[in-house]
Design a binder for this molecule. Sequence first.
Ligand code: AMP
Length: 381
Amino acid sequence: MTEHPVLVLNAGSSSLKYQLLVPESGDVRAGGVIERIGESGSDVADHAAALEAMTERLRSDDVDLDELQLRAVGHRVVHGGPDFSEPVLIDDAVLDRVRDLSSLAPLHNPAAITGIEAARDRFDVPHVAVFDTAFFSALPPQASTYAVPRDLAEKHAIRRYGFHGTSHEYVSQAAADLLGRPTSDLRQVILHLGNGCSASAVRGGRPVDTSMGLTPLQGLVMGTRSGDVDPGLHAYLAREVGLSLDEIDTLLNKKSGVLGLSGVNDFRELEDRLEAGDAAARLAFDVVVHRLKHYVGAYLAILGGLDVLVFTAGIGENSTTVRAAVTEGLGELGITVDPARNAARSKQARVISPDGSRVVVAVVPTNEELAIARQTADLVG
Ligand code: AMP
């Protein structure tokens, strides 16, 4: 039984990421992404066709899904709203509840639902939903509550939910493992810096604060998302520029952030331009770093001190420059990195602060697929 793999699916509106792995060993049998689903000129008409394309691709790699006897399918679902604080076995009632949450995540949940429906038709095994918000459902009320009228917030489920929870939970545990200390001993700040970026404060393995909010737009500066702006900006843009609410939503989600400031959203390209002396790239980089420091300082105050600062995801794991810039000048707070350790390239979890530092600074690769596969396997037994 334990050899049977779990299929992890992450369905976007036009893409389907998949990974086939054995949760106990972490052994990855296959993985990939089917793109351009439903786009004009694409062979892949919908998510059902995408699953067939995936099956074909796996077969050409000598992986026969029907022979393998899948144990279960684990689905990444972005928004669990107020309903879901843990992974859940999917049935029709669960699917209806996830559908009801689409108003909270119109860009994400409908795609996940389409993917789940197609996968349930295709694979007659237990299906599990793992929510990106679940870890942060345990945020204390002072962190999760927006200062808006309480009756309105209650009626419309307005609160800070937080996202990337699977990653923050996995990485906080992996960082504790790296140090050989239990999470119960640790005050951690986790910086998940990928296409989407979020920070969290974690004490004793439990979330204390996080930078994303009702939606994944709040907080850090991201590839195409603004992160924090004055909430008054929305009314100003509507009045002065005549933008509709949908246009403002698109502007802040898709055309802002690093892209809006520099013209590129990929961080590697930004760093190339930075090296070439591009002034717009310089400003974008400085804004990203300033915001990161803002959150590190805030979380240090909220935690009442810090034991571990962790960098993860594409930028956090790979960018020596960002890690150096974020930690620069924080020696007074006990945060320093060793330049040689920071510059060393590795795929492994590692400490980059000097030995004996008050705060351990670490790089810990995230692995959301493994975390989803494990949670799925735990639930189906
Ligand atoms: P993710 O969403 O975790 O896959 O992260 C994607 C982001 O990581 C993109 O902005 C990439 O440009 C960035 N990234 C990946 N590798 C590097 C690298 N070597 N240096 C800087 N940024 C990187």
